[in-house]
Design a binder for this molecule. Structure first.
Ligand code: ARG
Ligand code: GLU
Length: 720
């Protein structure tokens, strides 16, 4: 009995302590939940300087950049700073063999030279409020998921009508803690966002895929944009008459740099984490789901690599696709490694052990939560084969672009079969999507992807989950995937934009047969149909069950571990994370320092290399030590790391010092620590930031864009 008690005390205090660096906190709750700890860790400002709805605060300088990254306002003329890889799509869209901004960089030396980016937007958060009561009104724990959701949807619709907002504002309502809480966000979205500057890829993406997710890092991963507003400073569609946006708040920039132990914050829009899963789910991620996705991407990357290395046009066309396939691929590999070295499954099991003991010790909880973990484990066992099929289907059908093309064509056929008006509306939208796709498409590359990935689709899956039409076509082609791919791509009209457009435009007069008789249309239809019949229904049922159990488990963890302060999993909403600058021990005898310098760029320099080439001008500046005010003691700082809890979507987020000044730009995490999405470990998890002084050095000394420097507010606390 005594021992049992001691165990309880130990586990509870173990859980309550040690969360200083972990957590992605909602900014409006900092004052109640975090301010005290933040000040103890070194923060010199107040929570109300970070989030305030009655006057300009730091949150008013942070935007969701295009919905996939973060950016920050750094001048009173709406200048935005984000990552190179966040602006990459825009940089690529403006690039051609003649104007290769990917290779050479781009700089606007006045507002007139800035480049427009249709579709790109920047969203500010005006206010955040909890509305759990209103949303969950009438919902009971015993309700089936469908019924629950329909009540929630109804409540949300009703509630939306009561929210006071300006005409140019939007509202977003999102679930937190797996649906146990709901928050309302009032937002303002600016849609005229222009490209201002980007360094060459040899700086902005230095080290490319070899260095991605790795420390030590030497990448100047930044690009710059500007928000334009209507004459009234309100959001407006693109117009040449729009003017630079005047922000409520822009960030001051500190030239002082960071020392080991210094307090930092990262403020942005983290996308997705799963910190409260049971051990069974973590184990499945490590052993089934991540490996399946990694296997498929490895094959796809091999194919792309061969084509991209020998053809400059393909290299430009496939650059963004390659980077994005590789990025998650490498992250999952690091995740498995990190889950292993942090012993995540056993740690979760330990936590589950104390959870069950605490539940058993309290009759009320016992009734509500007994057997919950067993049920979750069973649910994960049940979903495993369906999850595998889903991962295979999702990965493969998104890598082979013939699937995307045919799905678009088939979608138009369905629209036509519904009614003429639906077809007329869908036609121009579909053609526009296909135009964008074909600008970055090469049929020979796609054919090879089809050959390689469909072999995995057939051989790795249970036969019942494989499309019967594919099996038939394969048999007709001597059971050889290369022969099948060759004959399909030779016959189909879908890989030729002109032929395809004629077919789609012709549906109105010739009917749908010319489209559906194409082998690609039929095959893709059958692959989709097989999935929708054999996998989706059961998968959705099992997933709904897991969602319900996970929501209960989330609530249970909050009820049971009363000493712990909980943060909600990331869900692309605005969060602040804080920690101290520090190195880490990666493995036995390997300890990493927390700063890198331009010297390290030169150490990695390989003339002419695809990943490690360095522009001549940077070499010259290095040799002359011409660092201006941005260097320290004859060295130019480049990147640094800290124990901030970040994830995908935090790219481009500002790294702030104790005073809320901008000191860096978040862009990555260390390889061993990418499991922080599932199991944050303060000893290993570090976020990677480019030092703001490197950014300024590149803008000023490398690009000579004094016009940009003169817009900024540079501050220093050091005595000169
Ligand atoms: N790993 C970082 C992130 O998740 C950077 C990705 C861009 N860089 C690259 N080499 N693909 O987005
Ligand atoms: N590079 C990531 C992004 O695009 C940030 C790194 C991470 O996942 O932490 O958001």
């Amino acid at each position: 009995m005594k021992r049992y008690f001691l165990l309880l005390v130990i586990t509870v205090s173990f859980i309550a302590k040690g969360f200083a660096d972990e957590g992605m906190w909602l900014p409006q709750l900092l004052a109640t939940l975090n301010e005290k700890e933040m000040k103890k860790m070194g923060m010199k400002i107040n929570a109300s300087d970070i989030y305030n709805i009655s006057k300009g605060s730091l949150k008013d300088a942070i935007v969701s950049f295009g919905g996939f990254c973060t950016a920050e306002v750094i001048s009173d003329k709406g200048l935005l700073l984000t990552n190179h890889h966040c602006g990459f799509d825009a940089i690529q869209n403006h690039s051609s063999i003649e104007h290769n901004y990917i290779r050479d960089g781009f700089w606007a030396y006045n507002n007139g030279q800035e480049l427009t980016n249709p579709g790109l937007f920047a969203t500010f958060i005006i206010s955040i409020d909890e509305i759990t009561k209103q949303v969950l009104n009438g919902v009971t724990p015993a309700m089936a998921e469908k019924e629950r959701q329909s009540i929630i949807d109804k409540n949300i619709n009703e509630f939306k009508k009561t929210v006071k907002k300006e005409s140019y504002q939007d509202i977003i309502i999102k679930p937190f803690f797996d649906g146990n809480k709901y928050f309302l966000f009032v937002t303002e979205t600016y849609k005229d966002v222009r490209l201002v500057g980007a360094p060459p890829s040899s700086i902005g993406n230095f080290g490319k895929d070899s260095d991605n997710w790795m420390w030590p890092r030497h990448t100047g991963d930044f690009s710059m944009f500007r928000i334009y507003a209507g004459k009234d400073n309100k959001p407006a569609d693109y117009s040449p008459d729009n003017v630079p946006y005047k922000p409520k708040r822009s960030l001051n920039i500190s030239l002082d740099g960071m020392k080991e132990g210094d307090f930092t914050m990262v403020f942005g829009f983290p996308g997705k984490t799963m910190e409260y899963l049971p051990s069974s789910a973590v184990e499945q991620t490590m052993k089934v789901s991540d490996p399946a996705k990694i296997g498929i991407r490895e094959k796809a990357l091999d194919v792309l690599n061969v084509f991209m290395r020998k053809d400059e046009k393909i290299k430009i066309q496939y650059a963004a696709k390659y980077a994005s396939i590789e990025n998650a691929y490498k992250k999952w590999k690091g995740e498995i490694l990190g889950l292993k070295i942090s012993d995540a499954v056993n740690k979760k099991k330990e936590l589950e052990g104390s959870f069950e003991k605490l539940v058993l010790s309290q009759p009320a909880m016992n009734v509500a939560y007994v057997d919950l973990l067993k049920k979750l484990q069973q649910a994960y066992t049940d979903i495993e084969p369906y999850g595998f099929a889903r991962d295979y289907y999702n990965e493969i059908t998104t890598k082979i672009e013939l699937f995307t093309i045919a799905s678009n064509a088939n979608g138009l056929v369905s629209a036509f079969n519904k009614d003429q008006a639906a077809y007329k509306k869908a036609l121009p939208e579909t053609l526009e999507k296909l135009d964008a796709l074909f600008a970055e498409y090469n049929p020979a590359v796609d054919q090879k992807l089809f050959e390689v990935l469909m072999e995995m689709y057939v051989k790795d899956q249970q036969p019942g989950n494989v499309s019967p039409l594919l099996k038939k076509m394969l048999a007709e082609n001597g059971n050889d995937f290369a022969t099948l791919a060759k004959s399909l791509y030779a016959k189909t009209a879908f890989t030729d934009p002109v032929k395809l457009k004629n077919l789609l435009n012709g549906i109105g007069t010739n009917g749908t047969d010319p489209v559906t008789n194409d082998d690609a249309s039929a095959l893709v239809n059958d692959v989709v149909k097989t999935y929708i019949t054999n996998i989706s229904p059961r998968l959705n049922e099992l997933q709904a069950n897991i969602n319900q159990l996970q929501r209960l488990y989330m609530q249970a963890q909050m009820d049971v571990f009363t000493q712990k302060v909980f943060y909600p999993d990331a869900n692309s909403t605005l969060r602040l994370t804080y920690g101290n600058v520090k190195g880490y021990g990666a493995r036995d005898a390997v300890k990493y320092d927390y700063y890198t310098y331009l010297d390290g760029v030169m150490e990695k320099y390989k003339p002419g290399d695809y990943e490690f080439d360095v522009p001549q001008k940077l070499i010259d500046l290095y040799n002359k030590k011409d660092f201006g005010p941005y260097g320290v003691n004859g060295k130019q700082p480049v990147c640094f790391i800290a124990a901030n809890h970040t994830t995908g979507g935090n790219s481009g987020s500002p790294a702030l010092d104790a005073y809320g000044n901008l000191v860096g730009l978040n862009f990555d995490r260390v390889w061993e620590g990418t499991m922080s999405d599932i199991n944050y470990d303060k000893n290993i998890c570090r976020n990677i930031m480019v030092d703001i002084r490197y950014v300024l050095f590149i803008i000023d000394k490398y690009a000579g864009a004094k016009n940009i420097i003169s817009e900024l507010k540079l501050v220093s606390k050091k005595k000169k």
